[in-house]
Design a protein around this ligand. Sequence first.
Ligand SMILES: [Zn+2]
Length: 337
Amino acid sequence: MITARGFDVDYGRGQLADLLGELGPWVAVTQPEPWERIRTGLPTEPSQVLWSGDLRPSHLDGLVDGLPADATVVGIGGGSAMDTAKWLHHRTGRTLVQVPSLPSVDACFTRMTALRDAGGVRYEGDSVPEVVIVDFDLIWSAPRELVAGGIGDVLSCHTGLHDWALGAAVGRDAPWDETSAERAREYLDDLEELAPLLAAGDDRGVQMLMECHRDIGWLCHELGHARFEEGSEHFWAYAFEHVTGRTIMHGELVTLGVLVMSTLQGNDPDRPRRIADAAGARTDLGELGVAWSEVEAALVRLPSFVEEQGLWYSVANGLEVGPAQLEAARTALRVVD
Ligand SMILES: [Zn+2]
């Protein structure tokens, strides 16, 4: 098991209420679903509840103007809550505390805010929280399959590493770094170990997964890029969002991407399948409310999409997507007629 580097984390059960009670005035930056889960047990009401979701800089800067003096900013929920809280900290210097509501959230361990600007994503800012609070009571108050969906952004190392090696071999993008690659292999080994713990509802599974996210956030900052964990599986996910105009939970979408792209890479697709099943992650398209036609459209669009967007070199560059590739993807996702 890795010894993670990165931001301070407080792991426990039910400690969130005590820690919030000691903060003094605070502002909650959250989303309706996680807020409903925690609001009844709060020792003190926040001075303000801000809803996250709109990550345009103009909107975020409007929130800064209305922020009460001296209030600690507490992000509670998923990626958009973490990103909004980071931006408020970045613009005001207020103390920042992050409370992820699911272990899929690596945004609490990264420094920059993913702003939505001019139809794209732009990363800006440099925010380090005072502490990240992982309260297992809060995590397990979510459906277990959503907790399991948190594996996606670690599982992506399986395909990300392969694509990085392809890119390095043709002299594209960031040069290969064996120390970082070895670290990413350790995350995958940890994932294999923690997957059954997640399925069993064991706190240790959540903690190991969050420690992977924590170290990944640190490594991305050190390296200056995320090639070891972001490759064609993410690019397929972005293409999915592009062609369908919608999305599903990020970790679940990326997991589908890993299953499909590892098959097309010829890169031991049995391993990510084994891990996803052991964790109890949802990969059945029907359960996820995803149509095969959407998966197919994203895959067909992928080769031109990565060129247009200037994404890192991967198996998607120049990929032929014909009947054989589509059949392999259907098999990977266990699609039956
Ligand atoms: Zn991701």
